[in-house]
Design a protein around this ligand. Sequence first.
Ligand SMILES: [Zn+2]
Length: 432
Amino acid sequence: MNVRFQRIVSDLPLAVNDTTWEEWPLPFRRARLPVRFGGLGLTPATGIMDSAYVSSLGLCWSSLGVHSSGLLDRARQSLLSLAHSTTVVESTDIRFPAQLALEHANYRLKALGKIFGATTGSSVDLSTYVSSHVPDIMAQLNANRLQHSLSLVVTSKLYDLTMREVISHYEPHLSSYYLARFLSSSCRESATWCTVVPTEPLFTISAQKYSYLLAFQIGSKIPNSHLWQTHCDCGTSLSIDPCHVYSCERRYPHDRVKVQLSKLCQAAGLIPTIEPLHTCHGPCQPDLAVPDLDSSGKTLLVDFTTADAAVASHLNRGSAKTYHVAWKFVEKAKLQKYGCNFDASLYSFLPVAMEASGRWSSGLARFFGWVKRFAKVNRIQNAVRHSLWVARWRKILSVVFRVSQIICLESLVQSLSADSSRAVQVESDGEY
Ligand SMILES: [Zn+2]
């Protein structure tokens, strides 16, 4: 799989066929994570081997009768391997988000303990329990979506190992920056573009755009970036911030998303106004005014913003514990900016944001939820059609954001490549 993947993505480090997950170069590890963790969903068979075996065996365990005793040793081996996935991934590097890794490990321990019917306080206790209770555990493994639940436990640990690799892979002064990007892109909205079937023009992504999105998603190099000028039009040095081109504030994909948010409201039966006049004082200009959505009867004013989790202004504010939540800062800034600049008896205000990697802010999730509920009440359609409608609009917002980001990137790349006489090597140490 890695070798084939390398054929379609340029500039990847060499993949050797017979190495294990721990030995794969970082971009391959990222690509092989599940979509819900920001990977491309090409989950390695070796990683989910035990969960597949145990869940298949669990489903037919009761009908095996006396024959089940012959499979006990093999089952024990797989169960112990799953129990081992609950261990904490640790690092001596102070930049490693140890608290986050601990939360993930606790989740794994709790989830697996529940599936195995054990109440244990540590990974070692769980292994001890497994060793002596194999027949009991196997007899109760017949839950719905069992393989999915078990695989989540395994891939959660692979995710933490990848997170640790992100820290050690890059030069020390860039690792916090790349970690913030990695954490920000660890959600399904970030990788939705790679799973959408192009059933309508909006979902069609050209080969060039697809390769740029791939490069961003797996932390690889943008094709021909070594020929670019040293500085972006806005003055940022590309050697200090090699992925700046994905988040240059002068080329944010703001307007296209604004239009789609308006279309989402219309599709739900609302009547939004884009850039409404005379709603606010001072420097405030909301992107949308949506009557009938707010339960208090006021017109909802919406301001959409994009944010990059890895820009220095966000990284410096909260240290390693908070740098993966840039949208909190931008939503707070918008709330302060709008403050008393509108008539609160007529309007309410909601800031909504998307991070450069595609993660939604809680404001955006809330807005989407309100529109969804409005559509459910005001559009005559059954439950199945409604959930299809919701899924389609979730995809539209996710894909349009990323594709318009790449449209901006393409124009920026053109200007960066325009004067090749000033071109220098931006990165000389392989992939980034
Ligand atoms: Zn720029």
